[in-house]
Design a binder for this molecule. Structure first.
Ligand code: PEP
Length: 259
């Protein structure tokens, strides 16, 4: 399970928790416990993507700590008549340093196409934020043997041309593994991540070599070490298990502290 880029130094891991539409002010105690538990010498970038209602409060708690804060979605415009939406600039203003775009729940629930996802990623870049761009096949697509084709198509059409390793992180999230407790085999994860690496290297060259590739889908403390040790996996996007500080810290612990 060796990748195409093993000659390069390892990429700094990135572990992001996606709270989705979960969390009230009462949940801030979990954030306090998370901040308390993160090893200051951690070898990973650690981020929480809470609902917008909690973002500024969590950003204030995280200031001066290793915890980073991100948004879960954004509009493509800077501002304007878009009731209920939020712009990348507003998220940055509230303390975000990244935005998840193209999560499969947005693609499915809101009909977001690759073109929309690309425009949202470009909006994140415009605001100076990292775009965490999600891709992944459905159970049916995997059954039909088209997983790599689907992921390749999403990569080709969801990543803006101006993407760099500094402003873009990619997350492979098989739709059937999200919130189900199911995970692909380590070999399947390695196969897709190697495919992704080759695909972005052929388009972005050295920037593609340095872009971090996250795995997401039922990551738990019990499977994190094995998944995170897989070739071309540079971190995790975590849903359910990021809601409890103890579980999220268990996943973060898959990365040894920096010495
Ligand atoms: C997600 O929604 O990004 C996710 C990976 O969810 P879970 O960890 O709950 O499967």
């Amino acid at each position: 399970m060796t990748g195409s880029s093993n000659a390069h130094p390892p990429l700094r891991p990135f572990v992001a928790g996606n709270w989705k539409m979960n969390g009230l002010n009462a949940s801030l105690s979990e954030v306090a416990a998370l901040i308390e538990g993160i090893d200051r010498r951690t070898g990973a970038d650690v981020m929480l993507c809470p609902p917008v209602s909690l973002l500024a409060a969590i950003a204030a708690m995280a200031r001066g700590t290793p915890l980073l804060v991100g948004g879960q979605d954004c509009h493509t415009a800077i501002a304007g008549a878009h009731t209920g939406d939020i712009s990348a600039e507003m998220l940055r203003d509230a303390g975000a340093s990244a935005i998840i775009v193209g999560h499969s729940e947005r693609r499915a629930d809101h009909g977001e196409s690759n073109a929309i996802v690309m425009a949202k990623a470009a909006a994140a870049h415009r605001a100076g934020l990292i775009a965490i761009i999600c891709v992944g096949e459905t159970a049916e697509q995997r059954r039909l043997g088209t997983a790599l084709e689907i992921v390749g198509d999403q990569l080709a059409h969801s990543i803006p041309a101006a993407a760099t390793a500094a402003n873009t992180v990619l997350a492979y999230e098989p739709v059937w593994a999200i919130g189900t407790g199911l995970t692909p085999t380590v070999q399947d994860v390695a196969d897709v991540h190697l495919f992704m690496r080759k695909s972005i290297e052929s388009r972005f060259g050295a920037q593609g070599t340095a872009m971090r590739l996250l795995y997401g889908g039922s990551v738990k403390p019990s499977n994190a070490a094995e998944l995170m040790a897989t070739a071309q996996v540079n971190g995790a996007l975590v849903g359910g298990a990021s809601l409890k500080a103890a579980d999220f810290l268990g996943i973060i612990a898959a990365y040894a502290p920096r010495t």
